[in-house]
Ligand binder design. Sequence first.
Ligand code: ADP
Ligand code: ADP
Length: 228
Amino acid sequence: MIKLNDVWKVYPNNVKALNGMTVQIEKGEFVYVVGPSGAGKSTFIRLIYREEKATKGDIFVNNINLSTLKHKEIPKLRRNIGVVFQDFKLLPSLTVHENIAFALEVIEEHPSDIKKRVNEVLNLVKLKSKAKFLPSELSGGEQQRVAIARAIANRPDVLIADEPTGNLDPETAWTIMDLLESIHSLGTTVIMATHNKEIVNTLKRRVIAIENGRIVRDEARGNYGYEV
Ligand code: ADP
Ligand code: ADP
């Protein structure tokens, strides 16, 4: 489903973020991406949803070749990928309901389907009672649940999360993991970059470790493997 073939990424400032990465992730997998700060984890993630383009090498997502993907075809790719960030990235002036509806409008979902989908995902993340709240009126954990609802509202095949628990206390982090696990069990491929050792070592999954832009470890039921 996701395939990188000898992928290199050099940023315009000449930083070499990925140095020949080859990896394959199958449909339905749950993958942690770990490694020190600056290793290339976020770059790897940004390449998959085409926020950045590879300098060299091929990337395939659902058989779409991102190297030759036209700019106008990016929305088509993103209809199949949901993304969640450490800092939630909700639109501050829109309510919870509007934040999710807006994401569906951007990808040109039919208006008649939008309301239904928003209500469905708000039920899933147990935030129906806060549909009319602004993000600033929610706790961090609730904001992340809204962000996850927004990311999955279109039923993407892949959910990518870049340090989704990074801004949350340990207890709240676990509620987010429960949610990601249930989304995974519904059939979604989940790729999660994380520094959370406890989560990785407890919820045993495939672990891909990146250092200096290269995969240094790839284990089916791996450990976090770093001290912090
Ligand atoms: P990680 O997510 O593992 O912390 P990143 O992918 O963010 O790693 O960064 C990998 C390297 O690329 C680092 O040296 C970082 O400073 C650099 N980098 C990341 N994003 C950019 C960018 N937009 N422009 C230039 N350099 C970047
Ligand atoms: P094409 O593949 O059709 O040539 P490109 O991906 O090269 O399209 O991008 C066309 C234009 O859109 C360029 O000016 C590029 O900087 C810009 N662009 C590319 N990717 C993005 C993105 N993710 N978000 C915003 N602008 C982008």
